[in-house]
Design a protein around this ligand. Structure first.
Ligand SMILES: [Zn+2]
Length: 228
């Protein structure tokens, strides 16, 4: 299949948020996201490498949406939050959303869905209903499943040996993992990659995850999430 450009969203600073859609439409969409946290460069690098693999996308034939960098302003200046200082993964309109600011880096925004980057994501969800989302982050390696996708976590863990967990260890009100299962009955696999450091480069992170991701995307495992 081919991935075609959608009309980009706009960030707080009016930068384009690029998004791509498969030319396959019959079903619910597999979402693949990175850079919800702008400083998580590992997630952005890995999705860029995946996107650059033209042969891979030719082998896939299922409804798909890719957003390579959700928080484009944060990525440009190296911050977790967007230009309003809001954590986009605490600002979605899940029933769990809370105005409480537990730590500055988890600022949820003044109201749910206050941020233009999330408004763009939600507009995509409304137009192209999600069946599952694979959201790439980086912190310490964890395959965190929310909703009914533990088999996806197992499939990946067989290839990258990352631990599987139903929670990252603390509450994440207003997160994608809370929002999509509740609103669309769509599970979310929050795929935490390792951070780079003096012993690990971006290329190492990609090498460690290339097989897991390309095998997943070319397997039949995701088909059931596309069923209407
Ligand atoms: Zn993150």
């Amino acid at each position: 299949m081919k991935l075609i450009d959608l009309k980009p969203g706009k960030s707080v600073e009016m930068s384009d948020i690029h998004a791509y859609k498969s030319d396959v439409n019959n079903g619910r969409y597999i979402y693949i996201l990175a850079g919800v946290h702008g400083d998580e460069v590992e997630s952005i690098y890995v999705l860029k490498e995946l996107l650059a693999n033209a042969e891979l996308w030719e082998k896939i034939n299922r409804p798909t949406i890719v957003v390579p960098i959700v928080n484009v302003d944060g990525y440009r200046i190296g911050t977790r939050t967007n230009s309003h200082g809001v954590d986009l993964n605490r600002n979605l309109p899940a029933s769990s959303w809370s105005h409480v600011i537990t730590e500055p880096q988890y600022h949820p925004g003044l109201t749910p869905l206050s941020e233009p980057e999330n408004q763009f994501l939600v507009s995509l969800f409304q137009k192209y209903p999600p069946g599952i989302a694979i959201s790439l982050h980086s912190w310490r390696p964890i395959l965190n499943y929310n909703g009914d996708c533990i088999e996806v976590a197992h499939f990946l863990a067989e290839r990258n040996q990352y631990p599987i967990a139903p929670s990252i260890g603390y509450a994440t009100p207003g997160s994608l993992g809370d929002y999509l299962p509740e609103k669309y009955s769509a599970p979310v696999l929050t795929y935490e990659l390792p951070r780079i450091g003096h012993l690990r480069t971006l290329r190492d992170v990609w090498d460690e995850n290339k097989l897991a991701l390309t095998d997943l995307l070319t397997s039949d495992l995701l088909n059931k999430y596309c069923l209407l």
